[in-house]
Design a protein around this ligand. Structure first.
Ligand code: SAM
Ligand code: SF4
Ligand code: SF4
Length: 409
């Protein structure tokens, strides 16, 4: 039995077992004790890890009621022809799907898109008529008015807003004219609501703004997801950037604000900490291998089912009905880090997960290549170990909050 020995720039080493994510901070003289402890707990940890990696249970549907969007973000993984010419589901069609989901044990429906608020009357009716389901809405916010927010808050709906830069000029360039001002308004509407989150898509126009973004949102937004742009489309690939240094700076800024009473959690980083401390408590599923696509969640668009929203531009993955979709998406569930040559022996493989299959497939025509953002993930995960060792994880992980917030995955 051997453990990987990682030097993350601290006094001692990180001893890590990549199969179970058992880890210890120790020096060479303590190695034997660490190994003894590992031997005692290995089987139990492995059992838990295999369950959380391979269990197939669709609890969540990301539902694109419309293909259409009122914006045109340059990196969007939904193809432009769909956003410009697409259709919107009819009420009977949507209701028939929602009835089926209830029968199949789905618990969460997240209205996603393209832009779900274009069909706000339809989705609000559905929220009223299917009170057995839990709902979320991920929106650019352009069409979100104060009474809409009140409606959503009254029903305990999770609200996610996209917001890329604390600078008006950059925000309006990336997300559409007037977006910055609209987001400022939405922040006021949602003030104090704990089921509120923001997604920042990191790209080459905003990666130097991440710390300022944290400054702006601290104390106002409980969870901020800072996702590196995926190269699912050519335009996405052009906007990719190695932002590890800036992301780490943003993480440190968030920790400082939280220490000073203006709490904010960067969800992606929190998920890495969970991957190391308690892998089966991970909330986001992109860094689990295989990821959650077609395993923990599924995506429904106007023309059928896809493993995840990021696949919506890839017609070859479309399946017509729910049961066949879950079966067919074994193709995506088969993409494990063990099957990727560059990842197979990587010590961080079960913390990173080598995301994302849709991105890798779009770029290389195969699932079995490592993530194009490999270096970024390595640096960020090494930092996660440093934060753990110095004890600052307690300013990030408020487990109950995170679990509640993202309990749909
Ligand atoms: C596709 S949009 C759909 C919902 C809504 N229109 C919105 O913008 O929030 C959902 C999220 O995906 C993000 N997104 C779009 N394309 C992306 C890409 N290539 N890589 C990473 N995130 C992306 C958006 O920034 C947004 O936060
Ligand atoms: S990211 Fe959202 S708002 Fe932007 S173009 Fe895509 S669907 Fe529209
Ligand atoms: S993408 Fe890179 S960091 Fe992630 S598992 Fe593969 S080799 Fe490791």
């Amino acid at each position: 039995m051997e453990l990987c020995k990682l030097d993350v720039g601290l006094e001692k080493y990180i001893y890590l077992d990549p199969e179970t994510n058992f880890w210890a901070y120790a020096d060479v003289s303590e190695e034997k004790d660490v190994l003894r402890l590992f031997k005692d707990v290995r089987d139990e940890l492995l059992k838990e890890m295999l369950k959380c990696r391979f269990e197939v249970r669709i609890r969540t549907v990301y539902l694109n009621v419309t293909d259409r969007c009122n914006a045109n973000c340059p990196y969007c993984y939904i193809p432009e022809y769909r956003r410009k010419n697409g259709v919107t589901m009819k009420k009977e069609e949507l209701y028939s799907y929602l009835n089926e989901f209830l029968e199949k044990g789905v618990e969460w429906v997240i209205f996603h898109g393209a832009e779900p608020m274009i069909a706000k009357n339809l989705i609000f009716d559905a929220m009223d008529d299917f009170s057995e389901l839990k709902f979320g809405v991920q929106t650019n916010g352009f069409l979100l008015e104060e009474e809409d927010v009140k409606f959503l808050i009254n029903r305990g709906v999770n609200i996610g807003i996209s917001f890329d830069s604390p600078y008006r000029e950059v925000e309006d360039f990336l997300r559409g004219k007037g977006h910055y001002d609209k987001v400022m308004e939405v922040l006021e509407f949602c003030g104090g609501y704990d089921r509120f989150s923001v997604i920042t898509t990191i790209n080459k126009y905003n990666f130097t703004h991440l710390d300022k973004m944290v400054d702006l949102l601290a104390g106002k937004v409980p969870v901020l997801l800072m996702n590196i742009v995926r190269g699912t489309s050519e335009t996405g690939r052009v906007l990719r950037v190695d932002a590890s240094e800036q992301f780490i700076k943003a993480v440190e800024r968030a920790i400082n604000h939280t220490k000073n009473g203006r709490r904010i959690v960067i969800g992606d980083f929190a998920n890495y900490l969970l991957g190391i401390l308690a892998p089966s408590a991970r909330v986001l599923q992109c860094d689990v291998s295989p990821c959650g696509a077609g395993r923990r969640f599924i995506s429904l668009a106007t023309d059928g089912f896809y493993p995840c929203s990021e696949f919506v531009g890839l017609k070859e993955f479309r399946v017509k009905d729910f049961d066949s979709a879950v079966k067919t998406f074994e193709n995506v569930r088969n993409r494990t880090v063990e099957k990727i040559e560059e990842c197979r022996d990587c010590p961080l493989r079960n913390i990173c997960g080598s995301p994302c299959p849709a991105e890798v497939y779009s770029e290389y025509g195969t699932f079995f290549k490592k993530s194009p953002s490999c270096d970024y993930y390595k640096r960020v995960i090494e930092h996660a170990f440093r934060v753990l060792v110095r004890g600052d994880y307690k300013y990030i992980l408020k487990m109950e909050n995170l679990k509640e917030k993202f309990s749909w995955v």
